[in-house]
Design a protein around this ligand. Structure first.
Ligand SMILES: [Zn+2]
Length: 553
């Protein structure tokens, strides 16, 4: 164990008492040397010193809150560089969330509880974030009959990732999916599954386009309930150890609530938005270019800011989740390049959805051409998701000064990606390298971990860290062969992600001068058996020096 030594912000900080002092712990600082310390002192919203018990104790005075860590490990606040957090506020308290639920028995109990509390006719639902392969005790899909038995008087819609939705009879009736009648026009052709006799089985499938028809009909919380729902969501994030999130598409209504909390001094998760309107067709290209010319980023602060154009540039080139390969057309790439060229010209950072190998190559072709006219070197352009990325693409990105925002959908989709079926053929052996974590790490590129939750993936960072270290999806099945060290995984979920949200001077490590975002853990991330990483529970989460979650309370 290497001591971090006493690192102090400034001599003046020593004159004033600390507000909060944590001693007798194992402070995993995640600084550049990956130093380990015993204690940390906080004044106001910043860390003023990191060092030994003796050094830090000297900074405590009569009014200092002292916290004996009793040997517990502390890590920097976890940062997810890409989660659709604000959108989820509108449904969070209505959804039956199965993040971290690896027992089917428990999942069914949660459904039964919801049914018991619901009025007849109320929807019981969730919108992604899970897949039945995560149920270690009984990894079976749901059937219409089983859901009828659980909820005879309520419509049920359970969306598995973006793969399929399980419906009961009441839900089929509400959606007007009937035996002996044609499929309702709004559903994607072929997405409603029927048996040989034409009876709907209760399954609607077909990637995001197929599943979103059902998701769009799920009731949102009433406007006067939005704040309570957002609050419950933020509390769940803090309980999981998350303190900052990169958010594609910051929805206006929840964002206004976050702004209000910030003004009142109790915003408990930092949000860094990526926005801007993508063009949906050739006619929209010029309009998109005009809009982005007026985009103003970095007008906020370390609680809320707009930091990227993203996550889509030209939506016809938005890879579907379960497509196995892509072959972008030249005219589509031309439209993509026009918009991306304007983004470079405007000097904007770009964070763009790119999943499939064919798409990544095609985007890099365009970016290399753009780079000759408008160098992107310092604009922090990042490709997002990149589960099919390879070593030569990483090399091209490095040369361009680009970054990889890695969102392993396999954390919940691993089983689907390996199985394949009639809808979708699967990725064959290639699924074992989606994502190729060791290749990414060894490339030396700047990269960070995120989830792409709350529909495309589950949201718990220790489930993601466990996946990165063990190659096992939620529920424990090994689904990828390339794993990385727990140190590298933690760096990718903290310090590297601070860079992704343009907060590397403020966040991502426990160092004097940085904002005091940290998480006290119930067990030591660095030494417990790897299979227990997913079970780590924060006992305390601190954001800007404020205790935002305390498991004992
Ligand atoms: Zn995306």
């Amino acid at each position: 164990m290497r001591s971090a030594g006493l690192l102090v912000l400034a001599a003046s900080a020593l004159c004033a008492q600390s507000d909060l002092v944590l001693t007798n712990g194992k402070i995993i600082t995640v600084d550049e040397r990956f130093s380990i310390a015993q204690a940390v002192a906080i004044r106001g919203d910043r860390i003023v010193a990191v060092g030994t018990n003796q050094e830090i104790s000297q900074l405590a005075g009569a009014s200092t809150r002292r916290f004996d860590l009793k040997g517990k490990a502390v890590i920097p606040g976890l940062i997810d560089n890409h989660m659709h957090l604000l959108r989820a506020a509108a449904t969070w308290t209505k959804e039956v969330r199965w993040d971290g639920v690896d027992s089917r028995k428990q999942a069914v109990e949660m459904l039964r509880e919801r049914v018991k509390a619901a009025a007849p006719g109320d929807w019981i639902y969730n919108i992604g974030g899970w897949a039945h392969q995560q149920f270690a005790d009984d990894p079976r899909p749901f059937t219409r009959e089983e859901l009828d038995q659980i909820a005879p008087n309520n419509p049920v819609a359970l969306q598995e990732s973006y793969y399929q939705v399980f419906l009961n009879s009441k839900a089929l009736a509400m959606l007007k999916i009937e035996a002996g009648a044609p499929d309702p026009a709004e559903f994607v052709k072929g997405s409603i599954v029927r048996d040989a006799a034409g009876k709907p089985t209760g399954i609607v499938r077909g990637d995001i386009a197929g599943t979103r028809v059902v998701a769009s009909k799920m009731p949102r919380v009433a406007p006067e309930q939005l704040e309570a729902s957002a609050l419950a969501m933020v509390r769940d994030m803090n309980r999981a150890g998350l303190t900052s999130v990169g958010v594609p598409g910051c929805d206006a209504d929840p964002l206004a609530i976050f702004e209000k909390w910030k003004a009142e001094g109790h915003l408990n998760v930092r949000v860094f938005c990526m926005g801007g309107a993508a063009a949906a067709n050739p006619d929209g290209v010029n309009r998109a270019i005009q809009q982005l010319a007026g985009m103003k980023l970095f007008q906020g602060d370390s609680y809320i800011d707009n930091v990227y154009f993203g996550e889509s540039v030209y939506s016809p080139l938005h890879d579907a989740m379960f497509a196995t390969k892509s072959d972008p057309a030249p005219d589509q790439l031309e439209a993509w390049r026009k918009i991306a060229m304007a983004i470079a010209q405007a000097g904007l950072p770009l964070h763009v959805h790119a999943e499939l190998s064919g798409t990544i190559d095609a985007f890099l072709d365009q970016i290399e051409a753009i780079n000759k006219e408008h160098p992107i070197k310092n604009l922090r352009w990042a490709l997002a998701h990149v589960n099919q990325i390879n070593a030569s693409q990483l090399e091209r990105m490095k040369k361009l000064g680009m970054y990889a925002a890695v969102h392993p959908w396999a954390v919940i989709n691993g089983g689907i990606m390996h199985e394949g079926d009639t809808l979708y053929k699967g990725f064959g052996d290639g699924a074992y390298d989606m994502p190729p974590l060791a290749t990414i790490q060894n490339s030396g590129i700047m990269w960070g971990l995120g989830t792409d939750g709350t529909a495309a993936n589950q949201t718990l960072p220790f489930t993601t860290l466990s996946f990165a270290v063990t190659g096992k999806m939620a529920g424990g099945t090994k689904v990828i062969r390339q794993t990385i060290s727990r140190e590298d995984a933690l760096i990718a979920h903290t310090r590297k992600n601070a860079f992704f949200v343009f907060q590397e001077n403020n966040l991502g490590s426990i160092q004097a001068g940085k904002l005091a975002d940290l998480v006290v853990l119930d067990r030591d991330y660095l030494t417990i058996p790897a299979d227990q990483i997913k079970d780590i529970k924060p006992v305390m989460t601190v954001v800007g020096g404020r205790i935002v979650y305390d498991a004992s309370r």
